[in-house]
Design a protein around this ligand. Structure first.
Ligand code: SAM
Length: 335
């Protein structure tokens, strides 16, 4: 653990040790629950060396795990160099940084080995169906299912383990896939994580009715394959994890809507244009890059990070009267 002096903490007593960094808000998929159909960027990207400098500052303040995301991070030129540089960093307590990446997997087949060789520890691949036709209806990209499956298998072969698959369930789109995903988890030896749909889309699609709640997901799987709960590995773990009675395969449910886990949140985010977001649902952003461009020293930037993180929101207010959607959607924040 980092010494208390180097730990990032918020005013609610939470230690912040996870940083998610979006390195582009461009994406090559147009998932129906995320995008309007546009592919392009809405926000500028920083230089790869600029992300490195900012991440290094966070790491010196106690960040132990960095997840690169986007947009689609595999679209970003310079990604391999960034990972190689990050893998040389040590945490404030002297350990190697935990390095993960979230991707739609489309370009992973060719990139899995170079990413691993550069020092990436693991990947999470987003897949919202195991039926190819439903998958392609969601991504709106022909041939995407086969590409992602090949990417997933290449990641496993390259040793980017444990391999996780994220699936966002939406009633009427892909909720018929739940049992198929349980079988997929076992057949492909991956940990499938079902994520409740949050109001973070570009369009206006979200309603409580479209969310498939954790209780329903578990009940449906239990009906065909009895689940056995797994103990949490750490307090800030977002997924409730389960295996099956024969111990083969793992599924988890991340339930930010029906079982919010804000009290144990350990995360902050850096957007592709260098803004700190202390919560997915923040109404304000903090322009770290602006401070860097103004020529501030590392010491000054560290002080800015510490005071910004201190003000992290207590919790989100999804589903409550007066809830305000954040100014950016998931693809432009960095999921
Ligand atoms: N392009 C990468 C990918 O597909 O994983 C990284 C970015 S994507 C925005 C990250 C994750 O956010 C994906 O698993 C996606 O399914 C999820 N996501 C997008 N919109 C969401 C929403 N409104 N609620 C919950 N998860 C969402």
């Amino acid at each position: 653990m980092a010494s208390p002096a180097t730990r990032l903490k918020d005013s609610h007593g939470r230690v912040i040790h996870d940083l998610r960094v979006s390195i582009t808000d461009r994406c090559n998929y147009k998932c129906v629950y995320c995008r309007t159909g546009e592919l392009g960027a809405q926000y500028p990207e920083l230089g790869i060396d600029e992300y490195f400098r900012l991440i290094k500052l966070f790491v010196s303040l106690g960040i132990e795990k960095v997840r690169l995301t986007g947009g689609e991070p595999l679209l970003r030129r310079g990604l391999i160099d960034l990972i190689a540089n990050l893998s040389g960093l040590r945490t404030a307590s002297g350990r190697p940084l935990e390095l993960a990446l979230t991707t739609n997997g489309h370009l992973l087949e060719d990139l899995a080995k170079p990413l691993r060789a550069a020092g990436l520890d693991r990947v999470t691949v987003s897949m919202d169906a195991v039926n190819p036709a439903i998958f392609e209806r969601i991504t709106r990209v022909p041939g995407s299912y086969q590409k992602v499956l090949a990417g997933l298998r290449a990641a496993r072969d390259a040793g980017l383990l444990p391999l996780k698959v994220n699936c966002v369930l939406l009633r009427g789109f892909n909720d018929e896939e739940i049992e198929g995903f349980a079988r997929f988890a076992r057949a492909e030896n991956v940990a499938v994580r079902f994520i409740e749909f949050m109001p973070l889309e570009e369009d206006r699609l979200w309603s409580p009715k479209i969310v498939v709640p954790m209780a329903e997901i578990l009940e449906r799987i239990n009906r065909v394959m009895p689940l056995v709960p797994l103990a949490p590995r750490e307090a800030s773990e977002t997924a409730r994890r389960y295996t099956f009675s024969d111990g083969l395969g793992e599924i988890g449910v991340i339930a930010p809507v029906t079982q919010a886990f804000c009290g144990a949140c350990s995360r902050v985010r850096l957007t592709s244009d260098g803004k700190i977001r202390t919560c997915l649902f923040s109404q304000i952003e903090h322009d770290l890059y602006g401070h860097m461009r103004a020529g501030e020293s590392d010491e000054e930037l560290r002080a800015y990070i510490v005071s910004t993180v201190h003000g992290k929101e207590a919790r989100h207010h999804i589903g409550e009267p007066g809830f305000l959607k954040p100014s950016r959607s998931m693809v432009h924040i960095g999921g």
